[in-house]
Write a protein of this length. Sequence first.
Lengths: 167, 167
Amino acid sequence: MADTGSPGGESLLFLTDEQLRRGIEAMFFAYQGFTADPDRILAERGYGRAHHRAIHFINRRPGANVNTLLAILGVTKQSLNRVLRTLIEDGLVEARVGTRDKRERHLHLTEAGAALETELSTAQRDRMRAAYKAAGPGAVAGFRQVLEAMMDPEALKRYAALRDGGS
Amino acid sequence: MADTGSPGGESLLFLTDEQLRRGIEAMFFAYQGFTADPDRILAERGYGRAHHRAIHFINRRPGANVNTLLAILGVTKQSLNRVLRTLIEDGLVEARVGTRDKRERHLHLTEAGAALETELSTAQRDRMRAAYKAAGPGAVAGFRQVLEAMMDPEALKRYAALRDGGS
DNA sequence: TATTTTATGTCAGCCTTGTTGACATTCCAA
DNA sequence: TTGGAATGTCAACAAGGCTGACATAAAATA
């Protein structure tokens, strides 16, 4: 707890422009930290954040097709496709042609892909765990509430669908 | 408040892997929302997030030189330079040669630059304000605590320096 | 004072990853 | 069976990260 970002008062000023600006800056700097550890691991192997996101959600939704992944990630096809191609070439992801619908490619992590996923998410969870411990359980609940309120409605749906197991 | 992300229990499981994973996903989706409104405004003018960050911090630290801005943003010179060049060409930023040290360029927003800054930060603050209102004051405090705990130590210093007025 | 070292900022060139648009394949419905 | 819709691939481009070389100005030192 570093400051209130306010020049004088106390109680309701979490809605002052200055307070809001501090929240914006906190998001910016926190996101740098949030991605720092995975970025290091990825850089060693010549990958970027896009690879991380693909690996994360393929692990989360094994067997998802490309369109599903596109909807979750909110990027365009070619961005994802390029990343997928390298991951498949490198043997981290397997694309199985659909049996019912042969247009679909069902995506799975290989053993090597799962190993990288573990390495990445362990690093990111370690930082998250440390931050949660430092801030305490009450703070964590508030953190999650504000983040959810900040999402676009569509993103919130995708976020909820991940929890519910919806594909 | 959508879920606890947990399969069964209640009290201490904000530290389970699943809970941590949900926090990671919340950060991902929330950051999309966080940048969505400014991104739209910027796209209209052919700018990107890098321009936004430069404008934000030049507004925050008028007269800062390029090196100071580099330290705040945590990017390399060329990334910033390219963005600064376009902003200067477009008349949004003014670079004044230092009087004491002629190597330095002191950066200021022009009137047009300040107008764009207001437009961008108003949009972003509006969303932040809505999220804060929806989550409530207690949640906001927790949100800020977790974000600060998530920053790298160097980033936390830069963040604090912005509050303190340090350059 | 002259010269070397250090600091600031610019530029060229590379890579990742975002974009749009054209296309092949497959499925489905008229 | 044929014409549209859906799925995924690919080419080409733009933004914005990166490193490294460089010009200029200031500061330190001989």
